[in-house]
Each structure stands twice: as C-alpha cells, then as structure tokens.
Design a protein around this ligand. Sequence first.
Ligand code: NDP
Ligand code: MG
Length: 382
Amino acid sequence: MIKIALLGSTGSIGRQVLNVVDRYPDKFKIVSLAAGSNVALFSLQVNKYKPQVACLSNPEKIGELTEIPKETKVYYGENALYHAVVDNADIVFDAVMGYAGLKAVKLAVELGKTVALANKETLVAGGGLIMPMAKEKNVKIIPVDSEHSAIWQCLDFNAEKEFSRLIITASGGALRNVPINKLSSVSASDALMHPNWNMGKKITVDCATMVNKGFEVLEAMWLFGAKREQIDVVIHPESIIHSMVEFSDGAVISQMGVPSMEIPIQLALTYPKRLYTATEPLLLKGKSLTFKDVDLDRYPAFKVCDLAISKGGVYPCALSGADESVVELFLNGKIKYTDIPLYLEKVLEKTENLPLTFENLEYADKISRILVNEIYNDRSGL
Ligand code: NDP
Ligand code: MG
C-alpha cells in the first residue's frame, strides 16, 4: 500500500490523482490532503478519504470544514499546506498551483520523501536549489507534466540517461488561430478555451501565451540535466505526441497518446508498471500529425521566458511570481492579453540580481508581485 500526501487535492490534477486512488484502492492510501479555498469540495474529500491530516490554506475559510472525521487533524492558514507533508507518507504528490508548491517540495526532500511533481513552478523558481538537494538526499523527483513524463518514458524512466536533444511539443493554446492583430481584444474566457486539455485557469492562460512552454523548457533542463540549446520546442496542434527524445545515433523516440493527464499521473505512482487507465484509445486512422515553428510575434512571452532562463539565478523565480499576478489581472479583466509579456519583461528589467538562496527566492517572488502592482498602477511606463 503506497501512502500518498496529496497537495492541491481540489484542483484539476489533484482530482485526477484521487481518481487513480479510487481505481486502485488496494494499492494507494491517502494519508494527507491539502487545498486552498474550495472548502465545499475539500469537505467531501476529507470525509471520503479520512486522511490523518487535512490542511486548508485560505485563512478566511477557518472553521468552514464540516463533519471532520475523528481521526483527522485539521490545519488552517497560510502555512497549513506544509503540515500535509506528513512523516509516514511514501510519496508527496505536489499538485498545488504556483510558488506555494516549492516550499512543500523542499520540506518533502528534507524528509527524504519521493516527490511526484505536477507543480512546475517548483523547478522554474527553485530548480537550481531543489535538484542538488534531491540528489544529495537521494530523493526521486518524478515528473507529472505530460511533456516531461513523455521524455522520462522515452528515457526508460531514467532521468540520467544520455540523449542528444529533447523535442518538447506545444499545442499552441487557446488563441493559436486568432489573427495576431486581434489578440489585444481577446477576453479571459477566450484564453480559457483550450482546444485539447482541460486544466486549471492559470496554466490554461500560460498555454495561450506559451509562458507554460517557457516554464517547461526550464523544467526539462532541471529534470534531465539538459542545456538550453539541447531543447527544441515545436507547435504540434494535435497534442498526440507528448514530446520526443533524440539520441546520439539520430534515433528519435516519442511518446504518444490521447491528451489526458491520467496517464502521466498514474504512471508517476505505478512506474515502472503500467496499469489500466480509463483513457480513450488513440485512434490514428484519418488523423495527421503536424509540426510548426514557434512564431515569436504570436508568442512574445516565450522570448521573455528565454531571457529569464539566460539570466538565471532568481530571475526565473521573479518571472514565475510575476506571471501568477499578471495572469490574475488578466483573468479579472484588468489588463489586456497582449499586456502580459510587457509586464513580464518589465518585471525582469526591475529584478535585482541576487545570489540563488531560498531566502532570495522568497524575496524575488514577493517583490515580483509588488512590481506587477506598481506597473499596473503606473501603466504609462509600459
Ligand atoms: P488548479 O488551479 O486546478 O488547482 C490548483 C490546486 O492547488 C487547487 O487544489 C488549489 O486549491 C490548490 N492551491 C493553490 N494554492 C494553494 C495553497 N497556497 N495552499 C494549498 N493549496 C493551494 O491547477 P491545476 O491542477 O491545473 O495545476 C496544478 C499544478 O500542476 C500547476 O503547477 C500546473 O502548472 C501543473 N500542471 C497542471 C496540468 C493540468 O493538466 N492541469 C498539466 C501539467 C502541469 P483550491 O482550488 O481549493 O483553492
Ligand atoms: Mg505540460
């Protein structure tokens, strides 16, 4: 029986982790659950899985959990999340959205726990600290993001296996067919209509801008020890090939399947075994697989991500924090879609070059959000 600490249980990934647990109740047990604000769903989950620890981060929701099982200890508030990294878990599944996920991973690594990592912000912001720590402690960081799971599968589940190139595929996001000169007037609901994947709001907007792909480049660099020049990104609108690995002899291996997160989520928990999932079979007859270059006029934010990658240090963390704030402004109808890359670039310009430490990450994350607000209040500088 594998004991899972599940962080972000009410989200798109978290709910699918629970589907896997429901499918194989003799293999998995939930020992802790953590969520942010969705107290209604969280109450149902806590009642159903009866974890030893349940954590709700939104301090305004204190006391709103109903019918808590007697065996469950409840934590509320900003730091509640970290109580979900319990001592007797075999695996910490980080499916939280945003920077909050990083500190949970740090704690899990310190405790020597295997981490199934959906929360890409952990590696974007802090990969330079988390990966060496994990190596030193001999802790496995298992990729859940579909592209990284695909690469890991192509590498026979061995993240250290040699390769010459990684080819990461991108769907192009919800706005891929909108004429570039119309992008300034798209609404949040337009950007949330992803053609192939059903995900949380922030990552769906990140897919449209391709900030998500920039993050995934960095995620791949940390997970597989790749240099930036070893990674190609191609637009593959069908989302059938989830990524590819080229080896020194020129052979390229890809991983294919219908676009469903259930496969990478379940595989992170069962590998090297593959068990039945409820996904539809991949039917290729009559389908075409197409590939295109990334058009930087359409996706200027992808270029900004590369700038942060080349600057290194705390810059990717500042980019990630800024992106969380900017996407929120966009989702709330306060800024235009085309403002997003401008804000991100401006924040990088204003970010101080600090040595890479956990304290400085904390600082860079906080300051980046303050900078976004300052830029918003003084939009004349954009
Ligand atoms: P969602 O927005 O659907 O869910 C986020 C989850 O995190 C929710 O359970 C939310 O709680 C919880 N949460 C957010 N902040 C906190 C906090 N401070 N403390 C505790 N819980 C918190 O996001 P997704 O499931 O889509 O994505 C999760 C992560 O996985 C992201 O990093 C994303 O980039 C990555 N990912 C997602 C994919 C997908 O298909 N969805 C694919 C690949 C990667 P609540 O809702 O209760 O507020
Ligand atoms: Mg992905």
